[in-house]
Design a protein around this ligand. Structure first.
Ligand code: NDP
Ligand code: HSE
Length: 456
């Protein structure tokens, strides 16, 4: 057996991911050593409570609450604590103590990435973060290395497993959002406080990381347009089904030219959207993630797999550990963050996309023409209109009520109009929706959803 010099590995955190990383590192150390050309010695695991139960059977003597001392003795530090502080402080300490760092901390990278990358570059250290977006899915390395010779135009993905699970249950089981969320919590997909997932914060952090890599431009998380899924109703999901679509929470990072100003930049957005049931992302079920990349030379690429889970995410972390350890052995400068393009980050107002607008209208002659006229007045071209059978409801239209009419006992026949537009600017669509909702013939605007991907 070949004898290698040992690299000293410090692990910060032994929760869902950290405990699996420690277990695999201890069980598969010899195999990893052969891949690295050096032994990998786990010298300690920093946690808050050394006596807390762990998901894996790990030697007690490795646990410590003294993270700082542990970090200062390590060649590679793996940060799997999560949160901003003290993770930020510990990573900076590791970098400045001569260690390379592996982390899965998307919240930290999306908010303090530039500071950490600058610190690493200054001392020639390396920061690896494959687990920070897409869990087990290799997407960071393909964007950073494999596609380094190409020009990425668009990255569109399902990067949050909890929300995909919820929307998928609503689509396949007819669940309400509340029922689907309760199931996600029971199955351990959603956190006790699921706000970061269902309000899109988690996806926005991952989108900021992916966009920064794809477009060689630092994209702060605050610049990501974010809408969560809490407004999605069972009726909207059903309506999507009827028209050949499925609702997904998408993270979309694109390089485009603002039609109004001619400025080329990057727009990053997270919101629920309709995608054709024929699009590859429509086939992403349960808590799975997938990222669809469009590059000028490579064309369309899709990366699919487990976006979360302790064991699955540990795979990405250990892959990074092997890279970090190899570099530590070989020496030489690491690959710095590439932000040379430094494109302006534009607002969602620069985006043109297609929309599906669902309206309840009074069912009488001329209403369709009136509504179509409002779209045309605002320069929004209609691609398709679907009208469903009329029903009788009491009360007045939203437009009439807004105009002070209070004949609340009137019974009227209503119909549902589902209008799909051609590509239109966000601003034109917003003005159209405002005009439509104050029209006397319109009872309610039921839903406005962007349509992404190919038409069914
Ligand atoms: P957990 O909450 O399960 O575990 C966190 C661990 O960090 C615990 O062991 C905790 O110690 C320890 N810890 C927290 N604060 C401190 C501190 N101040 N000092 C020392 N130890 C501390 O997190 P996960 O394993 O789920 O996630 C870890 C990271 O991986 C996060 O950044 C997360 O975003 C990322 N990630 C997670 C995925 C997943 O599926 N879980 C998927 C992709 C990325 P103690 O146990 O004693 O409380
Ligand atoms: N809460 C995240 C999700 C975990 O549901 O995808 C992985 O980052």
């Amino acid at each position: 057996m070949i004898e290698y010099r040992n690299l000293r590995i410090a692990l910060l955190g032994a929760g869902s991911v950290g405990s699996q990383v420690a277990r695999l590192l201890l069980e598969q150390g010899d195999e990893l050593a052969s891949r690295v050309g050096a032994g990998l010695e786990l010298i300690g695991i920093a946690v808050r409570d050394v006596d807390a139960p762990r998901d894996a059977d790990l030697p007690k003597h490795l646990f410590t609450t003294d993270a700082r001392t542990l970090i200062q003795s390590a060649d590679v530090v793996i940060e799997l604590m999560g949160g901003i502080e003290p993770a930020r402080e510990y990573i900076l300490l590791a970098i400045n103590s001569g260690a390379d760092v592996v982390t899965g901390n998307k919240a930290l990278l999306a908010t303090h990435g530039p500071e950490l990358f600058d610190a690493a570059e200054q001392v020639g250290a390396q920061l690896y973060y494959e687990a920070a977006a897409g869990g087990a899915i290799p997407i960071i390395r393909p964007l950073r290395d494999s596609l380094a010779g190409d020009r990425v135009r668009r990255v569109m993905g399902i990067v949050n497993g909890t929300t995909n699970f919820i929307l998928d249950r609503m689509d396949t089981e007819g669940d309400t959002l509340e029922a689907a969320l309760a199931t996600a919590t029971a199955l351990g997909y959603a956190e006790a406080d699921p706000t970061a997932d269902i309000e899109g914060y988690d996806a926005a952090q991952k989108a900021a990381i992916l966009a920064s890599l794809a477009f060689h431009t630092a994209v702060p998380v605050e610049a990501v347009h974010r809408e969560g899924i809490t407004g999605i109703t069972a009726a909207q999901v059903e309506a999507a089904q009827r028209t050949g679509y499925v609702v997904k929470l998408l993270a979309i990072c694109e390089r485009l030219t603002d039609p109004a100003t001619g400025v080329e930049g990057v727009v990053v957005r997270v919101h629920p959207a309709l995608i054709s049931r024929l699009h590859p992302l429509a086939a992403v079920h349960g808590a799975k993630n997938a990222v669809f990349v469009q590059a000028e030379a490579a064309g369309d690429l899709m990366f699919y797999g487990a976006g979360a889970g302790g064991l699955e995410t540990a795979s990405a972390v250990l892959g990074d550990l092997v890279s970090a350890a190899r570099r530590h052995v070989a020496g030489g400068p690491g690959v710095g963050e590439s932000t040379h393009a430094n494109l302006p980050v534009l607002s969602i107002g620069s985006v043109t996309t297609r929309y599906q607008i669902t309206l309840t209208v009074t069912d009488k002659p001329g209403v369709l023409a009136q509504v179509a006229g409002l779209f045309s007045e605002h320069g929004v071209s209609v691609e398709a209109v679907q009208q469903t059978v009329a029903s009788a409801v009491p009360g007045l239209t939203a437009g009439a009520a807004q105009h002070g009419d209070d004949r609340s006992s009137i019974v009227q026949l209503t119909a549902t109009l589902v209008i799909v537009t051609h590509e239109a600017p966000e601003a034109a669509l917003a003005a159209t929706v405002a005009a439509v909702s104050s029209n006397d013939a319109v009872v309610r605007v039921e839903a406005v959803l962007r349509v992404e991907g190919d038409t069914p």
